[in-house]
Structure formats: structure tokens, C-alpha cells
Ligand binder design. Structure first.
Ligand SMILES: [Zn+2]
Ligand SMILES: [Zn+2]
Length: 542
């Protein structure tokens, strides 16, 4: 194996530098495992298990015990016992060896390692899964999530520590009604950030060099193009710009429960907390006639200084009025047949009348509804809001008005306090303020039904600490037209090389059983990282 520059790739051996034999389209699994086992939490967890689990294992067969399999992989990858040069027997050479013939007859052969075989593990982790049980190529990002879920389940069933908590973080979605300016916050727990990459075509005129492209970036692109025989004709983007895009406000249509109307709302997504290890899945897709197609947009990723701090969200702010209830909690309108609605509104009937007619005629199509409308044109309630379930009127009666909450907040109370006080006093501002002065220690957090299920009061994964700075620990690259074909490799940062030279340190490429240094040359981390698919960032703690 040589680079395009003719330089021999330097095979590496030793603890943590073990390859995995390809079992036929298993590189997505190997790359995911190399990334996961590059993390100290997983190394410690499963090396410990390698010692303490087997004597206590109650599973009749180690082949069907996930804990046994994972701890064997940890030992296999990290002990170094299997990371030794594989010198093929003469018969192997005749049969076609897995090492390549030397370019120069005088040079010694480069021997790679054989790599550990994970057939049992693959069978176990893919069992009963429609895709991972097959020999087909898979999406490494999906497999990673499947693996983490498996680890969680298996750890729980053994009542042992589960190491996947390091990936957990929470995102907050903030929605602001453009009319009443009420807000709604929702938090959601995640463990893999799916990050849309903006797709911008390169102009034909600057196809050779884009101003925003660094010389290293241009070089990386050229290598990638030669390597994959695919032309990169998209503008490179900074990872930071993808994050800014993700977190910047967008307009969306929203049924505001306070305005009781369809309005334009401003939506933004930010990070409530940050994980110890941030998994980023770069979503480089473009819709091609409704079919998502992978596009080779180079993403420039900082290796040592990804600062996530600017993307933090701080939840409900002083002076913000929370909307009465989540959209999902609001009573849902009956479903209306879209075709019938289109016909009726197409004839010029207002939406509310069309819905009322369909409701009144038992959803029997546009014609029946139209006849009903002609008969009921003069009904006084023809344009009134549709009747809703009684539970909603009950909840709106107990929910203080945003105006009242706002007025109480202006006197220096929190929205939670204001809401509770108003609820206690039947929405009277005067009495609510009195109530608050007589309950100085009440923070308003308990017995507030609307607030009880809110994310802010739940224990969120990850940490709110700032700054949130990361360095790139590993990434999984993919070559090929779709994530379900082609080949996956993993790059892992193994720490600063020691000054004595040689040995461990720097970037290492795991390409199935081949493990090579990847600090420079064709397979260098710098060249492949712009086209990686999954990035693993480790939080830096000062
Ligand atoms: Zn076991
Ligand atoms: Zn509103």
C-alpha cells in the first residue's frame, strides 16, 4: 500500500493499534468500533469487564453475550497482542497474499497485521435487525446509534455502568409567536448531532480555486477527486457555519394557542447542554426529485478549537411569556380530507366554513358539504371557531393569560411564580401579587401542571458549563456514491507524539486490518477530514 506520492505507508503495531479483518462489507462496523474504543470511558469500561465479567457471566454461551463480546473486543484492540505484523506463509503468497508486492525488488515487503475477526460480534449485534444482520453495506451513523442503544440495554440488564452517557446532550427549541410574542420552549435529549451542511455549487469560473478555500483545502479536494474519481463542485463550508445555520432563527407556520390562530412563528434551535463527547453526523444531502442524494461538500473542521459556547440556549428569560400549552397538548382538530378541503376552498369558501361543513355532514365529501353550505350561509355562527373538546376550555380557564403573567413579571417575579400565583388567585393580578408577597419562598415550580413536564425541570444529559471547547478525536470517512455502498475508514487522534520519535502519537488511519500513520500523505487526516461523515469531538477540560 503506497500513497499517491509513492511513499510507503507506515504500518503501526501495538496496544490500541489493532485492525479488524473485513468480513465482507463490515467496514462500517469496524470504523464505528475503532471510534468508540478510542474513547477512554469505553476503554476503561470494557477492559475492566474483560477481567471481572467472564467469571460471573450467567450466559450459557459467550457467543450470545454482548458483554463478553464487547470486553473481548476491548482486549483485542487495546492489549496489542493481535497488533503484530502478519508474515504470510509461502503458500499464502501463491494464493495471493493480503500484502502488496513491493514496488522495488530490493525493498523489504511491508507486512500489515491480520486484524481481529468479529464474526460472532457482528452476528450478535445485528441479530433480528433487518439491515445489520445482512452482508450489505450500512450507514455508519445509523450503526453507531444502534450500537449505543445495544450497549445501554445490555448494561442495564446486567445492572452495570453504561458508558454512553458521555454522548448525551439536550437541545432546546424556542418558538416565538410573531403576534403575541408568547414563547414556547421544548427540550429534547440527543446523543448524535445531525448537522445539515449547506449545499452551494461552485461557480464554473472559480472551479479551480475558491477564494474561501485554503491551499490545504484545495489540495485535499484535488486528492479526494483523484482518489474517488468524483468531481467536487461544491463550495467548502466551515463547520462553524453549519452550526450557525442550525441555530439561527427561521420562520415557521404555527397554530398559536394564545392567539388561537395560525401565525408565523420564529423558531430557533440551540444547545441546552453540551456532551463530554460530541458526535456529529454531517448531513450532506440534496433532494434530487424528492430522493436525498449524497453530495461531496467539503466541511472544514477545526482539529483543536471547536468552541460550542456561542450556540448555547438559556431557556425561558425574565420577561418572556410562556404560551399556555404545547401544540401537542392542545386539543387536536378533527382531520379533514385534503381533497375535499381543496375543492371547497377552490370554490371560494373560507377555510373555516369548509371545515364546518365537512364536520356537519360527517366528512362525506365536497359535494355534500357544499350543499350544506348553501343551506347554512346565513347561520350566525358560520364563521365562529370550530367547537373543541371540553378539556381545552377547562385548561384555558385555569391557564393565566400571557398579559397577566407579563404584568406580574414586571414587578420582579419569575414567569413560574407569576403563573402559579395567578392560578391560585383566579387570574387576579392584584391578589396574585399579594399572594406572592405572602409566599416569599415559593419559586412557583411545584403544582404547576403546565410546567411539570417541561424539560427545564428534568435532569438533562450533558453539562451547562461554559466554555464548551472540543478537539477532534476521531472521524469516520466514507467513499462512494451513497452511505449504503462504498467503503468506510476511521481516523483516530492518538495524542501528541512523544519527543523520542516513532511509536504512538498523531493521527492513525484504521482501514479494516490495515493500521497506518496518517499525519501526512494521501491518507492524512487533514486531507480526509473535509469529507468525513461522522465526527467525534472530545471536550477539553482546562
Ligand atoms: Zn458474558
Ligand atoms: Zn400568539
Amino acid at each position: 500500500m503506497t500513497g499517491a506520492d509513492g511513499k510507503e505507508l507506515e504500518p503501526l503495531f501495538g496496544p490500541g493499534l489493532t485492525g479488524m479483518k473485513n468480513l465482507g462489507n463490515s467496514c462500517y462496523m469496524a470504523s464505528s468500533l475503532q471510534s468508540v474504543f478510542s474513547l477512554p470511558v469505553f476503554q476503561d469500561r470494557y477492559l475492566t469487564s474483560f477481567v471481572i465479567h467472564p467469571p460471573t457471566c450467567t450466559n450459557p454461551s459467550p457467543a450470545t453475550c454482548f458483554e463478553c463480546q464487547m470486553s473481548k473486543i476491548a482486549d483485542g484492540l487495546l492489549s496489542g497482542r493481535y497488533a503484530v505484523p502478519h508474515v504470510p506463509e509461502p503458500s499464502d503468497a501463491l494464493a495471493g497474499s493480503d500484502t502488496e508486492a513491493p514496488a522495488d525488488g530490493d525493498k523489504p515487503r511491508v507486512h500489515f497485521q491480520e486484524g481481529i475477526r468479529l464474526a460472532m460480534f457482528k452476528a450478535l449485534v445485528g441479530k433480528d435487525h433487518a439491515e445489520f444482520s445482512t452482508m450489505r453495506q450500512q450507514d455508519a451513523g445509523e450503526f453507531l446509534q444502534h450500537l449505543l442503544e445495544y450497549i445501554r440495554r445490555a448494561s442495564k440488564s446486567l445492572a452495570v455502568d453504561e458508558p454512553t452517557g458521555i454522548f448525551g446532550f439536550a437541545v432546546e427549541e424556542r418558538l416565538e409567536c410573531s403576534q403575541c410574542h408568547g414563547v414556547r420552549y421544548k427540550t429534547q435529549n440527543e446523543e448524535l448531532l445531525s448537522l445539515p451542511v449547506p449545499v452551494r455549487k461552485r461557480e464554473a469560473m472559480d472551479i479551480e480555486a475558491t477564494p474561501s478555500e485554503t491551499s490545504a483545502g484545495a489540495e485535499a479536494r484535488t486528492t479526494y477527486e483523484q482518489d474517488t474519481n468524483r468531481k467536487v463542485d461544491y463550495q467548502p463550508v466551515q463547520l462553524n457555519d453549519c452550526l450557525s445555520n442550525l441555530t439561527s432563527p427561521t420562520e415557521t407556520e404555527y397554530k398559536c394557542p394564545a392567539c388561537d390562530a395560525k401565525v408565523t412563528a420564529i423558531k430557533s434551535t440551540r444547545f441546552s447542554t453540551f456532551p463530554d463527547v460530541l458526535l456529529v453526523n454531517a448531513a450532506r444531502f440534496q433532494l434530487d426529485g424528492w430522493v436525498p442524494r449524497k453530495v461531496d461538500v467539503p466541511v472544514i473542521v477545526p482539529f483543536t478549537d471547536l468552541d460550542m459556547s456561542p450556540f448555547v440556549g438559556n431557556g425561558l428569560q425574565q420577561g418572556e411569556n410562556e404560551l399556555p400549552a404545547d401544540e401537542e397538548d392542545a386539543p387536536t382538530e378533527p382531520q379533514f380530507d385534503a381533497d375535499a378541503m381543496n375543492q371547497l376552498t377552490g370554490m371560494g369558501f373560507p377555510e373555516i366554513r369548509a371545515k364546518r361543513a365537512l364536520l356537519a355532514t360527517g366528512h362525506n365529501g365536497a359535494e355534500v358539504a357544499m350543499n350544506w353550505l348553501f343551506e347554512h350561509m346565513e347561520d350566525p355562527d358560520i364563521d365562529d371557531p370550530l367547537p373543541v373538546a371540553t378539556s381545552s376550555s377547562a385548561s384555558s380557564a385555569t391557564e393565566p393569560s400571557p398579559d397577566a403573567i407579563s404584568t406580574v413579571c414586571e414587578m420582579g417575579f419569575t414567569p413560574a411564580q407569576a403563573r402559579k400565583a395567578l392560578r391560585e388567585t383566579g387570574d387576579s393580578i392584584e391578589r396574585a401579587v399579594e399572594w406572592l408577597f405572602s409566599h416569599p419562598d415559593d419559586d412557583g415550580s411545584d403544582s404547576a401542571p403546565a410546567a411539570a413536564g417541561r424539560g427545564a425541570e428534568k435532569k438533562l444529559p450533558g453539562s451547562k458549563d461554559l466554555p464548551a471547547r472540543y478537539r477532534l478525536k476521531a472521524f469516520i470517512s466514507h467513499k462512494g456514491p451513497s452511505v449504503h455502498s462504498g467503503h468506510y475508514v476511521a481516523h483516530v487522534w492518538t495524542g501528541q507524539a512523544d519527543s523520542s520519535g516513532g511509536g504512538k502519537g498523531g493521527w492513525v488511519l484504521f482501514n479494516d486490518e490495515k493500521v497506518v500513520r496518517a499525519d501526512e500523505g494521501e491518507q492524512a487526516a487533514e486531507r480526509l477530514s473535509p469529507f468525513a461523515y461522522v465526527y467525534v469531538f472530545e471536550r477539553m477540560r482546562e
